[in-house]
Design a protein around this ligand. Structure first.
Ligand code: 6CS
Length: 318
C-alpha cells in the first residue's frame, strides 16, 4: 500500500510529527506493507484545498482543523465556542476521546461530506497575540483579528468588538508584520514555531479555548480496505491519542520558555486573571445559543449532549 497523509503544519510542529509517527507505526505493524508519505503544509495548497483533496481521495489521510470546514459541516463549528471545553487540557483530551456527541454524532455529519474523522485530539490551549495588549474586551475594539474561516469563530470575535479577517496561516506572518491584521489565536507551540512572536509585541495567556484537530480518512478508501488493515489503522489511531497529547504538552511548555527568554524578539507575556477571563466568558456564553440556532440542523442536540459529557468529566457546570 502507498498512501498519502497531508497535514496543516510543518516538520517540528505537532500535526506533522504526529503524522510521521503514525506512518512509522503502521509501516512496522504491517511489516513494511504500508508506506505513507507525509506532506508538510503548503505543498498541496491551502488548508481548505487539502480538505477537498481528502474528499476526492487524492490523499487518503489528512489532519483537519474544524475551523476550515465551518461553512460545510456547520455543526463542527462547536469547537469555536470559547470557554466551553475544560480549561484543563488533559480533561479536554478526555472529553474528546470519550464523547459520543463528537465521536458518533458529529462524526456522522462529517461523513455526510465524505470526511471520516478517526479521532478528535487537542494541540493545546489557545492564546492571543497582538500588536497591542489584549486584556479586556475594550482592547478588542476595532482590533483586526485573524481567524480561520468558520463563521462562528468570526462572530465570536465580533462579540468582543473585534473586526475579524479569515486567512490561511501561510499568509499570517506577513499579515502580522505588515499590519494587515493586528493579532491572532493559536497554541503556544505554534506561535513560537511559526515565529508570530517575532512580529507581535504582546502575548496573552488567555486559555480561551482548546485547539482541536481531527485525524481523518477518506471514507470510501477506508471502507474498501481489508478488515485486518482497518484494524491496524484503528489500533494506531488509539495509540496516537497519548502520543499526540505528549507531543503538544511538551512543545507548549518548552516553547513558552523560548518566547519568554527570547532577547532578540522581546514579547510582553501577560496571563489573564479570573476576573479578566470572566469578562470574556460572559461575552462568549451567548454564542452557544447562536450556535444552536445557526450551526446546522443537529447543532442543538450535539451541543446539549456535549455539555453533559463535559460536566461528567469536570464535575462542574459546563
Ligand atoms: O492557525 C492556523 O490556521 C494553524 N494553526 C495550527 C495550530 N495548526 C494548523 C492551522 O492551520
Amino acid at each position: 500500500y502507498e498512501w498519502r497523509f497531508v497535514t496543516e503544519e510543518n516538520q517540528g510542529q505537532v500535526q506533522y510529527e504526529y503524522a510521521e509517527e503514525f506512518a512509522e507505526r503502521l509501516n512496522e505493524k504491517s511489516d513494511g506493507q504500508i508506506n505513507i508519505d507525509v506532506y508538510e503544509f503548503g505543498g498541496l495548497g491551502s488548508e481548505v484545498d487539502q480538505v477537498e483533496q481528502l474528499q476526492s481521495g487524492v490523499v487518503e489521510f489528512a489532519i483537519v482543523s474544524p475551523g476550515f470546514t465551518g461553512t460545510m459541516v456547520e455543526e463542527g463549528q462547536l469547537f469555536a465556542l470559547q470557554f466551553l471545553f475544560p480549561d484543563d487540557v488533559a480533561e479536554t483530551q478526555e472529553v474528546l476521546e470519550t464523547s459520543e456527541a463528537l465521536n458518533t454524532h458529529l462524526a456522522e455529519k462529517y461523513e455526510e461530506h465524505n470526511i471520516k474523522p478517526l479521532s478528535f485530539w487537542t494541540e493545546g490551549a489557545m492564546q492571543w497575540t497582538g500588536s497591542t495588549q489584549l486584556r479586556t474586551p475594550d482592547d478588542f475594539q476595532g482590533f483586526a483579528m485573524r481567524t480561520q474561516e468558520s463563521p462562528l469563530i468570526m462572530e465570536s470575535y465580533r462579540q468582543y468588538g473585534a473586526d475579524p479577517t479569515a486567512m490561511s496561516w501561510s499568509e499570517l506572518y506577513t499579515g502580522l508584520q505588515q499590519g494587515t491584521v493586528d493579532g491572532q489565536e493559536n497554541p503556544i507551540f505554534f506561535i513560537e514555531d511559526a515565529g508570530f512572536h517575532e512580529v507581535q509585541d504582546h502575548m496573552t495567556i488567555s486559555n480561551h479555548n482548546n485547539y482541536v484537530a481531527m485525524t481523518t480518512v477518506n471514507p470510501g478508501f477506508y471502507n474498501d480496505l481489508p478488515e485486518d488493515i482497518q484494524a491496524m489503522i484503528d489500533e494506531t489511531v488509539e495509540e496516537m491519542k497519548e502520543v499526540g497529547f505528549e507531543l503538544q504538552d511538551q512543545m507548549n511548555e518548552e516553547l513558552l520558555d523560548a518566547i519568554i527568554e527570547n532577547e532578540d524578539y522581546p514579547t510582553d507575556v501577560y496571563e489573564l486573571n479570573e476576573d479578566e477571563r470572566e469578562q470574556f466568558r460572559e461575552l462568549a456564553e451567548p454564542m452557544r445559543d447562536y450556535f444552536r440556532e445557526n450551526g446546522g440542523e443537529d447543532a442543538a442536540e450535539i451541543l446539549d449532549m456535549l455539555e453533559e459529557e463535559i460536566e461528567e468529566v469536570t464535575g462542574e457546570e459546563a
